[in-house]
Design a protein around this ligand. Structure first.
Ligand code: NAP
Length: 232
């Protein structure tokens, strides 16, 4: 497979950082978004050894101005794949104890952020050959799978992201775009916690495999990191 150009959000740590590692290793180029570039030390170290294939830019996905600046920094050169990975968990709470400010912030990051950024990067994606948009969602955003309840902030933000994925697919598939959402598994990151069964390396290896093999008919669907389809 020839090398491609990716944009990845939330690349300072966790799954985003691991995406950068694995894609750099195989020769791809990446524009990585992080909230605070000086603090993203591991990413900056990777950039030093990447011979210009990794560019690190400031990006707060919940801030429209920051999203625009990121798109400007990514520039007009063809972009093949956008991975909307940045996300937060929000707060736990029962119906009478919800923190609505936290919910609104979780929605701004997990749902509105990927929409805004995809819109801002569309010109560069349209110039690309692959035209793939990948939203990192969660099985916790599946209505069909929800047998436990709780986690209102997170579940609501991700189920809305899932709907946005299907909508984007319907809007853009006529131009050859393949838009999907993907569950990374339960992974040992700051969000997943130390008790999670998967290492970031395994999860990201699986997700890259899925992205590499995407065909037109996969657009608008919800995949596990293993490639199996998940219930909405
Ligand atoms: P993580 O280790 O907590 O990392 C989250 C990343 O998102 C960090 O790079 C963080 O940047 C970034 N981020 C947070 N708010 C942001 C904002 N407003 N603008 C830009 N970047 C922001 O989480 P992770 O496990 O790697 O999660 C990555 C994705 O996978 C998320 O969408 C998450 O919902 C999803 N997911 C994870 C699991 C799991 O088990 N780990 C399971 C299902 C789904 P800072 O360093 O600046 O905070």
């Amino acid at each position: 497979m020839s090398t491609m150009r990716y944009a990845i959000t939330g690349a300072s740590r966790g799954l985003g950082l691991e995406f950068v590692r694995q894609l750099l290793r195989r020769g791809d180029s990446i524009d990585a978004g992080v909230r605070s570039p000086p603090e993203a030390r591991q990413l900056q170290e990777l950039a030093l050894g990447a011979g210009g294939r990794l560019r690190v830019h400031a990006l707060d996905i919940s801030d429209p101005k920051s999203v625009d600046s990121f798109a400007t920094a990514v520039g007009h050169e063809p972009l093949d794949v956008l991975i909307n990975n940045a996300g937060i968990y929000g707060k736990d709470g029962t119906l009478t104890g919800l923190d609505y400010e936290s919910m609104a912030n979780t929605f701004a990051v997990n749902t509105l952020g990927p929409l805004r950024l995809t819109a801002a990067l569309l010109p560069a994606l349209r110039r690309g050959a692959a035209r793939r948009v990948v939203h990192i969602t969660s099985l916790m955003g599946s209505i069909g799978d929800n047998g436990m309840g709780g986690s209102y902030d997170y579940r609501i933000s991700k189920v809305a992201l899932n709907m946005a994925t299907r909508n984007m697919h319907l809007e853009l598939c006529g131009e050859g775009f393949v838009t999907i959402c993907m569950h990374p598994g339960w992974v040992r990151t700051d969000m997943g916690g130390p008790g999670a069964p998967l290492r970031p390396e395994e999860s990201v290896r699986g997700m890259i495999n899925v992205i590499d093999r995407l065909e037109a008919e996969d657009g608008g669907r919800f995949f596990n990191y293993t490639g199996e389809e998940l219930p909405w």
